[in-house]
Design a protein. Structure first.
Length: 202
């Protein structure tokens, strides 16, 4: 006689069950991956906007300090005039590919008794804006001699990849700015000093 052997009725999963499980797991994985991408993108946009607001605020503070302590403003320039800053240097605010900069004009006496200005520039804000991939820009600034006020126009913060800045400082934006301010008026202590100084710029 043969021993009584119990038959094992467990057969495992069918092909249909396995394929259904794989399909469901694939859909869940795709949904999670898409969600992570959307969350990351949204977080990056929020972070860029916050960084842009901080950079704009810092830019305004630095410009307010620089313009606010101007001792004299050179006449003859309507847009972007040269002014004498609190350290007795002639300065003009310019746009560079790395952002807004102060262009210093150092007085140099020549042997032919002429006084000329040699230029060098320093970024208004260093390191943090470059590290964050942001650049501060402006359209122009003016000085109203009758009111003693500077007006800075078109202040904006862009991602470096969203803007093209030409050699002449002209800004061409491909995207909307992270932060912007159409104009900002800054009172200056130079209001009683019309600054008739005329210097030759080289």
């Amino acid at each position: 006689m043969r021993p009584n052997v119990k038959k094992n009725h467990k057969q495992g999963f069918t092909l249909t069950e396995t394929l259904a499980t794989v399909l469901i797991m694939s859909l869940v994985t795709m949904a999670i991956a898409t969600g992570i991408t959307v969350v990351r993108s949204t977080f990056q946009k929020i972070q860029d906007k916050a960084n842009g607001q901080v950079l704009l605020s810092t830019t305004i503070t630095n410009l307010t300090d620089s313009f606010g302590y101007a001792k004299s403003v050179q006449s003859g320039h309507v847009d972007n005039p040269i002014y004498l800053d609190e350290t007795n240097h002639w300065v003009r605010i310019i746009q560079t590919k790395d952002g807004i900069a102060k262009e210093y004009y150092i007085e140099v006496s020549r042997s032919d008794t002429r006084t000329v200005l040699e230029k060098s520039h320093v970024e208004l804000l260093v390191s943090k804006s470059a590290a964050a991939g942001l650049v501060n820009t402006f359209t122009n600034y003016r000085y109203d001699f009758s009111k003693g006020k500077f007006t800075m126009n078109g202040l904006a913060i862009y991602g470096k990849e969203d803007v093209k800045i030409g050699e002449d400082g002209k800004v061409t934006a491909k995207e909307i700015p992270k932060a912007s301010l159409s104009s900002h008026i800054i009172s200056s202590v130079a209001d009683s000093l019309p600054g008739e100084t005329k210097l030759e710029v080289q």
